[in-house]
Design a binder for this molecule. Structure first.
Ligand SMILES: [Zn+2]
Length: 207
């Protein structure tokens, strides 16, 4: 089992996400990990969209094994002020992922419904890349909407420890939900165990 969302290279392998453009060379050089190039919505205000588009094209061409991320939207009070520029950068990064046929690794705190709308629109126009929703904490009903668009999910200890974890995660189909450590590599063993326990509660006809 690999780590589906981390910022720290580790022995389990997995997807190593950058958070700023300055971070790209660090993730590109990590052994045994899939590097992901992107700009996190928390850093949206620091970036010129056109320059990001150009740089992403160049780096994705140079690293054919790389994905796109971490990118997305954050509408929580601390970050909502930059939502306009977050939206532009998200479209730049989804566009690059689509053109280069890579998966986009998405952050959607407080913004899952808007994200769903954006992905649906891209699906309608035939420009939707593969997507992974990291730290997924929406309802099962909304998960089904994202699943219909081909999305997969990753969850960490924080999401799995939530009182609603069972109803959110137990019925997501096999092969669509995976463990992540994000900024907490020390949580790996507990995350895998807890996800297994929640998934183990699934009856064979549970979908
Ligand atoms: Zn992250």
């Amino acid at each position: 089992m690999k780590d589906y969302h981390t910022h720290t290279p580790g022995g389990h392998g997995g997807y190593l996400c950058s958070v700023t453009q300055q971070d790209w060379s660090r993730v590109a050089d990590a052994q045994g990990m899939t590097p992901c190039f992107g700009v996190h919505p928390w850093h949206a205000a620091e970036v010129d969209p056109a320059e990001l588009a150009f740089a992403l094209d160049e780096w994705l061409t140079r690293y054919p094994q790389a994905d796109v991320g971490e990118c997305g939207l954050d509408a929580t009070p601390k970050h909502a002020a930059t939502l306009d520029v977050q939206r532009i950068l998200l479209q730049v990064q989804l566009g690059a992922a689509f053109r280069h046929e890579r998966m986009a690794h998405l952050h959607g705190a407080g913004a899952w419904s808007e994200l769903l709308g954006i992905l649906r629109e891209r699906n309608r126009s035939g420009t939707l890349p593969r997507v992974l929703l990291h730290a997924w904490n929406g309802s099962h009903e909304m998960a089904r909407e994202f699943l219909a668009l081909g999305a997969i999910f990753s969850v960490g200890l924080r999401e799995l420890s939530h009182p609603k974890a069972m109803e959110r995660y137990a019925r997501i189909p096999e092969g669509k939900i995976f463990p992540e450590t994000d900024d907490h590599p020390e949580n790996w063993a507990r995350t895998v165990a807890l996800l297994g326990l929640i998934r183990g509660g699934l009856s064979p006809t549970g979908m």
